[in-house]
Write a protein that binds this ligand. Structure first.
Ligand code: AQP
Length: 349
């Protein structure tokens, strides 16, 4: 079975963007894949070093995975800092990747802002750690939101450069395997990862501004729906969501240039596992005053049980810690195999 890896940072209350872009896809993949879902706590230090409640935030992400439907007995749920191999492989990838590659990352530019010289070195190297997260297990498929597309392209570049730079040594060590690269198969060590981004809401936008990504760290709580919002709050936020004065179009093409309308239709489609065309088939020609209550009802029906289950799981931190601990033990075993190979390829004694 193909191996799936993905991670979520413990940097605040999870949003509908995190759910539709990532966690809902994690759940859908678990029947036909072996999956590793990671709370990437090392990553969470890149933007802010000191967190008041990192432990609880970490547990909350694990709780969200499980509450959304991931079975931690069939798949591996763990936190990154408990598997030291992530940091070890990231160091090697820091030496494979080029500074210019990192400087081009839009997330780095956005998060570093104008004072780039003062951003942490970790923020610049973030994509290298992300590449290590995936390749430590030689995972082939990574479900993420559209905002992570550029980082995954960089992870592919790192894998390709490692495979090329060390090609002779990989061959000599007898560690070369057939790896899919586009249409071709080549002999190499690291697989070239495939991002899984598709779906009707690959990038969920802010409810207040259809040109900005919905984000945990947006100062306005009304810009996002949190996975733990209660029914009344969800309904209020959707009621207040920015829209234009026109009704809904009957065709998907009619959403062009209407970022807010497109966003709400995409959210409806993703929450109900339908296409945008299908949603417009039902709501096309109707006003937002009719569409918004239907969207609220749908969002509440999906998110409320998850939020409730998250709260129940969070009431027993010991149980969540045991799941994470057990996951890390399995992950460490897998990581050691890759690290043994990599140490041999690089030539460490
Ligand atoms: N708005 C979004 N639409 C679709 N997918 C999204 N993801 C995040 N926001 C959206 C996906 O969620 C996964 C985990 O994200 P992350 O924890 O690594 O953080 P992020 O991408 O930086 O998300 P946030 O919410 O904006 O966090 P902060 O505010 O801390 O930066 C990823 O797969 C991501 O694509």
């Amino acid at each position: 079975k193909p191996l799936v890896f993905s991670g979520v940072q413990p940097t605040g209350s999870l949003t509908l963007g995190n759910y539709l872009g990532a966690i809902r896809k994690f759940v859908a993949l678990q029947d036909n894949h072996d999956c590793m879902y990671c709370v990437v706590d090392l990553h969470s230090l890149t933007a802010r070093l000191v967190h008041d409640d990192l432990a609880d935030q970490t547990r909350a992400i694990a709780a969200a995975f499980i509450a959304a439907g991931i079975d931690p007995h069939r798949h591996i749920v763990f936190n990154q800092s408990r598997v030291p191999g992530h940091a070890e492989l990231a160091w090697i990838f820091n030496c494979v990747a080029r500074i210019g590659w990192m400087n081009r990352m839009t997330q780095f530019k956005d998060k570093a802002g104008k004072d780039r010289e003062n951003a942490s070195l970790g923020l610049l190297a973030y994509p290298s750690l992300m590449a290590a997260d995936i390749m430590l297990y030689r995972a082939t498929h990574v479900p993420v939101g559209d905002d992570q597309k550029q980082h995954l392209e960089l992870a592919r570049d790192i894998a390709i450069k490692f495979n090329n730079d060390f090609s002779e040594r990989i061959e000599q060590a007898g560690l070369s395997v057939p790896v899919t690269m586009g249409e071709e198969k080549v002999n190499a060590y690291f697989p070239i990862v495939e991002p899984l981004i598709e779906g009707p809401a690959p990038r969920v936008m802010s409810l207040r501004d259809g040109t900005k990504k919905m984000s945990k760290s947006d100062p306005s709580d009304n810009s996002r729906i949190n996975m733990t919002d209660d029914a009344e709050t969800i309904a209020k936020k959707i009621r207040k969501a920015k829209t234009d004065p026109d009704g809904l179009p009957t065709e998907v093409d009619g959403l062009k240039g209407r970022a807010e309308a497109d966003n709400l239709v995409g959210i409806f489609a993703a929450l109900s596992d339908r296409s945008k065309a299908d949603v417009l088939g039902e709501f096309g020609g109707r006003q937002f005053s009719e569409f918004k209550p239907a969207l609220s009802e749908l969002a509440v029906s999906v998110l409320s049980p998850i939020g409730e289950e998250m709260r129940r799981l969070m009431a027993d931190p010991g149980h969540l810690d045991a799941i994470l601990w057990n996951g890390a033990e399995q992950a460490n075993g897998m990581a050691e195999k890759t690290l043994d190979d990599v140490r041999q390829i690089v030539g460490f004694v």
